[in-house]
Design a protein around this ligand. Structure first.
Ligand code: BGC
Length: 733
């Protein structure tokens, strides 16, 4: 009897053990709250395993915990398409045959759509491509503010206005993260030039920091709920931004309550003490390039690798700081690769081509259109001469880390030939820039004089000349690692354009660039189109807009100055841009972009928000629900927009405010809302916009908080910052 009960107890115990064994560990159980999973995983990890998660193990990845089945973190650029696979420890393409992606338009083009729905579509589509390629983190989008047209990376960002970039970055992040892929908003912060980017120390006021340079990052964190952020290479007030206490600990993690991972820019870390204590979580790099030495076990020499381990062992660093870093990385893994709800993504699908095309078509900006030269109806033009290297050069390659290996790219020439008929088009290159190259310009191996002569000769008898030029993502032509060296178009294009105009005035100029350029020929060119870098569908989008199949509706996300010195940052000399070699001062302070042009009464060549259409729009009389508001109110603004022309089109109503009387300097105009509306000919729509008064505050440096002064505010409604159609006054009590 005794033996029988012993065996029953033994059997029960066995079942219990089996039961316990079969029960999933909490961290593996996706039905459990993420914070419980994080705590559980952390409790199971050794010190070495934790450290291993905080630094790179290859160019684009960091370790998981193999013993526990926690996957590695694979990141990839970003922000316009998913970069090809590179070798473990080299930048060189690894030669995979399944990694040619869809190239979406550059972020300047996305910003120019002034359409948050396009940002969502962009994020969803690129997120699907990242997911399909098994990436946990997409290294983008970029939201550094367009401060000077010389910045080589402006094309990767969303322009000069903090409100516009905030409204566009949030849906982009939502779209990406719906795919179980973390967006990584970059470069935090003040990385507004490439010149001396690794070392330059930026000095900027608290006010400009909070009003101009941080809002898009703040929106990304607070509204976008972004899962990772990339520190920038430069310094801010004497500390590198990848380990900057004020930016990372106080503002990002403290004030904004960011619970994701701070990832360093590649080689942006310079000091273990600061990397440990000032808010960095994951150190990435370029082999040992980010350090000063080269060794066999480069990754274990990283600032957050062995030096961190040694410091923890000796008691120099606190364990809770490490646990916080690892918790953040685990949280990101549970949100992405270990999420049970992760969809499977898709790659180079027709839907992605369609998304790229839509974004491109909505982002192209018609800058000038004298005597309605555009659209060029295919019925009327049988002798079209296309001139310019950018008509055929791949513009998805180049630019640095955003360079893409694409499944396909329709060049502008191919797009035009398809739309107008090959037999109606003659192409002449006109100028040459040399092969695409990151590190230095390689001179073209061709006689450029004869190229120019042939182009001029060919232009003589054309019905119309379509000049397709601009910059091209080569070194110093909109490219990472260096700024532009001239505001003028390179490779003698200005002279070529002027020579062509002497023989044929019927010119449509299509400008591929992510930056404003000098336009010495502007008076003589009847039609100018800003076409950005449009990605895979480039040629189709350009042909659709030039032919009138699509009515352009893009608006400039930054101002074009007449001359370089008219730009705020450039007007203060070397100390403002590019700095004296070690530091620079943002002397224009809050007066960036149109805030400068308007307040200083300097006429831009093209104003922020400018963009023409093939139709016309009229704005009805605007009204507000009240005339006097408290600081916690929102103004309910309404007005009608009518398509008063003959073709379907879209207008972007832009709402700016002005604080009429203030004891601190306020810009003459600040964008506070916009609405893109699509209208059939003759159709009207009522636009209703809510303007929260709290968004009209300024950053008070004395109190270190957002502040108000009561009094009169003017609400301006217009079609660009330079085309205000109506003004209304309201009182804020
Ligand atoms: C760039 C980042 C990029 C990273 C990885 C860096 O040089 O600044 O934007 O994501 O390289 O390619």
């Amino acid at each position: 009897m005794k033996n029988k009960s012993i065996s029953i107890v033994a059997i029960c115990l066995l079942f219990l053990v089996i039961g316990i064994k079969a029960q999933k560990a909490i961290y593996l159980d996706s039905t459990k709250p993420i914070e419980e999973r994080v705590k559980d995983a952390l409790s199971k990890m050794t010190l070495e395993e934790k450290i291993a998660m905080c630094h790179a193990q290859s160019k684009f990845s960091s370790k998981g915990v193999p013993r526990l089945g926690i996957p590695e973190v694979w990141t990839d650029d970003g922000p316009h398409g998913i970069r090809e696979e590179v070798f473990w420890d080299e930048w060189k393409g690894a030669g995979w045959t399944n990694d040619s992606c869809t190239a979406f338009p550059a972020l300047t083009c996305l910003a120019a759509t002034f359409n948050p729905e396009m940002a969502l579509l962009f994020g969803q589509s690129i997120g699907e491509e990242a997911r399909y390629r098994n990436k946990a983190v997409l290294l983008g989008p970029g939201v550094n503010i367009y401060r000077t047209p010389m910045n080589g990376r402006n094309f990767e960002y969303m322009g000069e206005d903090p409100y516009l970039s905030s409204r566009m970055v949030v849906p982009y992040i939502h779209g990406v993260q719906q795919n179980g892929v973390a967006a990584c908003v970059k470069h935090f912060a003040l990385n507004n030039q490439e010149e001396k980017r690794m070392t330059i120390d930026v000095l900027v006021s608290d006010r400009a920091l909070h009003e101009i340079y941080l809002p898009a990052f703040k929106a990304a964190v607070e509204e976008g709920k972004v899962w990772s952020i990339m520190g920038s290479y430069n310094q801010f007030r004497g500390e590198h931004c990848c380990h900057n206490d004020l930016l990372l600990n106080k503002i990002l993690k403290g004030d904004w309550k960011f619970d994701g991972v701070v990832i360093s820019d590649w080689g942006g870390v310079h000091n273990s003490d600061q990397a440990v204590n000032n808010g960095l979580d994951l150190e990435m790099g370029t082999s040992t390039d980010g350090l000063t030495s080269k060794g066999k076990l480069a990754y274990s020499d990283y600032y957050l690798a062995n030096p961190y381990l040694d410091g923890l062992k000796s008691g120099k660093y606190e364990m809770k700081t490490l646990d916080d870093k690892v918790s953040r990385i685990l949280r990101m893994i549970f949100r992405t690769t270990m999420s049970a709800n992760r969809p499977f993504g898709r790659f180079v699908s027709p839907e992605h081509s369609d998304a790229a095309l839509q974004i491109a078509e909505q982002g192209i900006v018609l800058l000038k259109n004298e005597k309605q030269l555009l659209p060029l109806s295919p019925c009327n033009y049988k002798k079209i001469v296309v001139i310019g290297e950018n008509a055929t050069k791949s513009l998805t390659i180049g630019g640095g880390s955003s360079s893409l290996k694409v499944a396909y790219e329709v060049s502008p020439l191919e797009g035009l030939e398809k739309r107008y008929g090959k037999e109606n088009i003659v192409y002449s290159q006109g100028y040459a820039s040399g092969p695409s190259n990151y590190g230095k310009e390689i001179k073209p191996n061709i006689n450029t004089d004869s190229l120019q002569n042939v182009a001029i000769e060919t232009a003589k008898n054309a019905d119309v000349v379509i000049f397709i030029g601009g910059l091209n993502k080569n070194k110093n032509q909109d490219c990472e690692g260096g700024d532009r060296i001239s505001f003028n178009l390179p490779f003698n294009q200005d002279q070529l354009i002027q020579e062509i105009l002497k023989v044929n005035k019927n010119m449509v100029l299509v400008l591929a660039s992510g930056n404003a350029v000098a336009m010495p020929w502007i008076k003589d060119v009847p039609a100018i189109v800003q076409s950005w870098y449009l990605g895979s569908e480039s040629g189709n989008a350009i042909a659709a807009v030039l032919s009138g199949d699509v009515n352009p509706s893009g608006k400039l996300p930054f101002s074009f100055p007449v001359k370089l010195e008219d730009n705020a940052a450039m007007s203060f000399g070397e100390i403002s841009y590019p700095g004296d070699g070690t530091k620079q001062e943002y002397k224009e302070d809050i007066l960036v972009g149109y805030r400068w042009f308007d307040t200083k009464k300097i006429a831009p060549l093209f104003a922020f928000g400018h963009g023409l259409s093939y139709t016309t729009f009229s704005f009805g009389k605007a009204k507000t629900d009240k005339t006097s508001y408290s600081k916690s109110d929102s103004v309910k603004l309404s007005f009608e927009i009518k398509n008063s022309g003959k073709v379907r089109g879209a207008e972007v109503a832009q709402i700016y405010i002005s604080d009429v009387k203030s004891t601190v300097l306020r810009p003459l105009k600040e964008l506070k809302a916009f609405s893109k509306v699509f209208l059939e000919p003759g159709e009207s729509k009522l636009i209703e916009i809510s303007l929260p008064i709290k968004d009209w505050a300024f950053y008070n440096e004395k109190t270190q908080s957002w502040d108000f002064e009561q009094g009169k505010f003017t609400i301006m409604i217009g079609a660009s910052s330079g085309d205000v159609r109506q003004k209304l006054n309201v009182m804020v009590e």
